[in-house]
Design a binder for this molecule. Structure first.
Ligand code: AMP
Length: 499
C-alpha cells in the first residue's frame, strides 16, 4: 500500500463539504483539502521535520489540528497526539521517550514544553490559529511514498501499571481498517458525520474522521460533547459515534425522540462497554439500535455488530473482515462457546509494536504472532463476542477467578442501581475480596447489606461481595472507561483505615 493519505485524497476528490460548524457554516471544503494539507506539510518541511520524525501534538480540538494530522501522513512523519489532560511530569516522559522533532501545543503550555524539549515549539489555540502564517506556504506538495510498515501515528496507551507504551500504527493499519469499517457500516458519500469526540484517541481521530474523509462525506465538527447540541443537530446528520456515557447523557434529555432521530442512519458505540439497559432504552426512545463495536489503540477496530443482521445487546458483535479473533485458556487452547478466556487477535489492523520497547512488544504477542489484547471475552454459538473485562481487573479470591462483569451485570439489574463497578480489594484471608462500588438512583431502601444479600443469593459463595460502597459517580476517563485503578486505590485506603 502507498501512503494512506492517497486514500483520503481520493475521497476528498468528491469536492463537497469537508468540515462544517454547528450552525451549518462550511469551514473547509474537500476542494481545499489537498492545498491546505500541502501548506501544513510544507510548513513541517521548512521546520526540518523529516520522514520518520515525531510531531507531538497536545492542543484543543480544532479543524486545523486535523489538517496537521493529514499533513503529517502526507510527509511521512509520525503524528503523536496527546490527551490534553496530561501534566508536566507525564509530558516529560513522553518527550524523553518519543524525542519529537516538533511540538505543537496550546499557547498556555508553550513555556512548559520549551523547558522540557529543545525541539521547536509552535502553538495552536482552541480556534485552530497557529502562531505561524501557514497561508504563505505553497499549496503543492508531493506526497511521500511509503512502505506498508511505515509508522503513521504513535498513540500512547493509558497504561494503569508501568509507563505508557507508544503503540506504533502503520499507514497500512490505518488504510485497511478504514476500508473494512467503511464497508461494514455501509458508508455513503452523502452521510453526514456528527463529530463530538476528542481527536487524541483512535475513536475520534481514526474511526469518526477516516470514514467520512475517505468517502468525501461532510463532518459537523463540535469541540466537545453537549447533549442538547447533539440532539439539535441530529436532524441534519446521518451518523453519530459515541462512547457509552454519551448515550446515557443523551437519554437524560427529554428532547431525544424518534422524531429527532428520524434522519439518522447509524449510531455506534465503543471504547467502553455499553450497558444493556442503555442499549434497550435508546431503542425504545429513538427506534434506533446502537451498533456496538470493539477496538483498541493497538489494533484499531476488531469487531462490530452487523449493519444487516442481529445487533445483540451486551456483545461487541463479530470479527471484522480479515480480523482473526480467538479466545484461549491459560494454555493457549481455544475455549468452548460461552466460556471466558483471553482474547487474541491477528490481522492487517494489528499494530507494529511499542515504540522503543521491543521486550514489551514481544511479551504482548503469542509465539504464533497473535496480539494478546489483555481483554477477557466469550463467544456465543453465533460467534458474537462479549468483553468480560480486562485481565488485570480479574479478581482472584481464595485462588478462584471471579469476572467482575458477571457481578456487575447482576448489580445493574437490581432495583435502585444505576451502574456499578466490581473490584478486588486486598483481603488477609482470601488475597482479594469481591467489592462492589455502586451508583444508586437515591432509592432509600438500597443499602450495603441488601446488596450483599442479593448477590449472595444469586452466585456461588466465593463470588459474594465482601464490601459494598456507594458513590455519586464512577471515575471515568475522557473515553468513558471506568478507572478501576482509582477505585482500587481509594477503597483500599478506606478499608485499611477501618482496620
Ligand atoms: P484504548 O486503547 O484506550 O482504546 O482502550 C481499548 C480497550 O477499551 C479495550 O482493550 C477494551 O478493554 C475497551 N473497549 C473498547 N471498546 C469496548 C467495548 N465496546 N466494550 C467493552 N470494552 C471496550
Amino acid at each position: 500500500m502507498s501512503n494512506v493519505y492517497d486514500l483520503f485524497a481520493q475521497g476528498a476528490s468528491h469536492g463537497g463539504t469537508f468540515i462544517q460548524n454547528a450552525d451549518g457554516e462550511v469551514r473547509y471544503t474537500y476542494k481545499e483539502f489537498d492545498a491546505l494539507t500541502a501548506q501544513y506539510a510544507n510548513f513541517l518541511s521548512e521546520q526540518g521535520v523529516r520522514a520518520g520524525d515525531r510531531v507531538m501534538v497536545q492542543v484543543e480540538k480544532s479543524a486545523e489540528c486535523l489538517l496537521v494530522y493529514f499533513a503529517c501522513l502526507r510527509s511521512r512523519c509520525i503524528y503523536l497526539p496527546l490527551n490534553t489532560a496530561y501534566k508536566k511530569d507525564e509530558l516529560a516522559y513522553f518527550i524523553e521517550n518519543a524525542e519529537p522533532s516538533l511540538i505543537l501545543c496550546d499557547p498556555k503550555y508553550s513555556d512548559q514544553f520549551r523547558q522540557l524539549s529543545n525541539a521547536p515549539v509552535f502553538t495552536m489555540n482552541s480556534s485552530g490559529v497557529l502562531n505561524y502564517d501557514v497561508a504563505h506556504q505553497g499549496t503543492e506538495y508531493s506526497t511521500r511514498n511509503c512502505d506498508d510498515n511505515d509508522v503513521a501515528v504513535i498513540i500512547y496507551t493509558s497504561g494503569t501499571t508501568g509507563r505508557p507504551k507508544g503503540a506504533m500504527i502503520t499507514h497500512s493499519n490505518i488504510g485497511t481498517n478504514a476500508q473494512t469499517l467503511s464497508n461494514c457500516w455501509g458508508w455513503q458519500t452523502q452521510d453526514i458525520m456528527l463529530h463530538a469526540l476528542p481527536i487524541y484517541h483512535v475513536h475520534g481521530l481514526f474511526v469518526a474522521t477516516h470514514l467520512p474523509v475517505m468517502n468525501g462525506s461532510a463532518i459537523t465538527y463540535l469541540d466537545r460533547f453537549d447533549p442538547q447540541q447533539i440532539i439539535s443537530l441530529l436532524p441534519s446528520s446521518t451518523v453519530y459515534m459515541g462512547v457509552p456515557t454519551n448515550y446515557t447523557r443523551l437519554l437524560t434529555q427529554p428532547e431525544l425522540s424518534k422524531q429527532s432521530c428520524a434522519n439518522m442512519r447509524l449510531f455506534t458505540s465503543g471504547s467502553a462497554p455499553l450497558l444493556t439497559h442503555t442499549f434497550e432504552d435508546f431503542k425504545i426512545r429513538t427506534g434506533h439500535t446502537i451498533v456496538e463495536r470493539y477496538g483498541m489503540s493497538e489494533t484499531g477496530m476488531n469487531t462490530s455488530n452487523p449493519l444487516d443482521g442481529e445487533r445483540k445487546a451486551g456483545t461487541v458483535g463479530i470479527p471484522l473482515a480479515g480480523v482473526d479473533c480467538r479466545i484461549v485458556d491459560s494454555q493457549g487452547h481455544s475455549v468452548e462457546p460461552d466460556t471466558t478466556g483471553s482474547l487474541q487477535l491477528k490481522g492487517p489492523n494489528v499494530f507494529k509494536g511499542y515504540w522503543r520497547m521491543p521486550e514489551k512488544t514481544a511479551e504482548d504477542f503469542s509465539d504464533d504472532h497473535y496480539f494478546q489484547t489483555g481483554d477477557l471475552a466469550q463467544k456465543d454459538d453465533d460467534g458474537y463476542i462479549s468483553i468480560v473485562g480486562r485481565s488485570k481487573d480479574l479478581i482472584i479470591s481464595g485462588g478462584l477467578n471471579i469476572y467482575p462483569k458477571e457481578i456487575e451485570n447482576l448489580l445493574d439489574n437490581m432495583d435502585g442501581v444505576v451502574e456499578s463497578a466490581v473490584i478486588g480489594l486486598p483481603d488477609p484471608d482470601f488475597g482479594e475480596a469481591v467489592s462492589a462500588v455502586i451508583v444508586s438512583n437515591g432509592s432509600t431502601d438500597l443499602n450495603a447489606s441488601k446488596v450483599a444479600a442479593y448477590i449472595k443469593e444469586k452466585v456461588a459463595s466465593f463470588k459474594a461481595t465482601k464490601h459494598v460502597f456507594f458513590v455519586d459517580e464512577l471515575p471515568r476517563n475522557a473515553m468513558g472507561k471506568v478507572q478501576k485503578n482509582i477505585l482500587r486505590d481509594t477503597f483500599t485506603a478506606r478499608i485499611e483505615d477501618s482496620f
